[in-house]
Design a protein around this ligand. Sequence first.
Ligand SMILES: [Zn+2]
Length: 358
Amino acid sequence: MNRNDRMDGQKSDDVTGVDERDGRSESALAVSVDVEDWYHVPAVTGSSFSAYEDVDSFFEEWTDRYDYLTRPTRRTLDLFDELGITATFFVVADVVENYPGLVEEIADHGHEIECHGLHHACAIDPDTKEPRFTRAEYRERLVEAKRRLEAASGQSVTGFRAPNAYVAGWMLDVLEEVGFQYDSSVARNSLYDKSAGSLVGVDTTPYIPRAGSLATGGSDREFVELPWPYYERFGVRVPAGGGPLVRLFGRTVIERGIQQSLARGDTVFYFHPIDIARESFPKVGNTKRRPAYWLFKGETAERRIRAILDAFDDRLTTCGDLAAAHSPTVRRRDDRPVDSHAQYRSAENVDSRGELSR
Ligand SMILES: [Zn+2]
């Protein structure tokens, strides 16, 4: 059965995802994974309301085990191996030094390594949407993050996802300046707004943003935005990109949102390895802002994610290939140089359980 037949009230002939350049007849769903640990979330580090100003000050004071990431990341790799999925991993660059060998391991499984910030700090203030860094500082951090991830993965890193999805048009401009070719952070919906400025024309399909803006209608640039899906009902748009939303809203809303969004064109799905972590995380930080944040993680989340991936198994692709399909200049993974990265591989700091502590 054509999966479009199941879409809510939408006829198959409404599907607009035919992409001439790509030769695909159906729209595609890019699978992505945001690789960060429990202390990268804004309640703990990197925001105006976090318990520690940044990851550096967290590590200055934290003496207990910190690694709750390695185990669920390996679980994610196993899941993808089992389902035959190649995905895009947006990795916080400090993971390279604090989890030796992990980024190399993901790359060795054939996945795309892309950037999720240097330390996962919000680039704009969650409340005011004002920049938290100067443009020069932001540029410097991006260049450093890109350098570390490329060194570890041996891949050219050209994709970005904004930490906590707080995104602004000026950020995309800086990303383009330092060699990134696409971003995947914009989530138009009725429940929250993490973007600074206008989202005019934005829905759930890839587009070229205008300079200095998140709005559609860019023309003389070669930078693509891959926005997230939403589920629309009674005029309300519920975010359906995945991750915490899978945990909070359950599988059906996300699956229907993806179905609706695929009827408009290509879109993306994401989750975090820590969404499927079985262990409880240390209780640190201001949890009042998101009291239910870690509900339904672990096994429940994994079961839902698996079902969603399974439901769209004939549509899955990577963010890199999606970006390439929507820009004449973004190169496909197969066309990009891959260097040997054996020299960076080091497991000496990983203990016998594969976990790290300080
Ligand atoms: Zn993140």
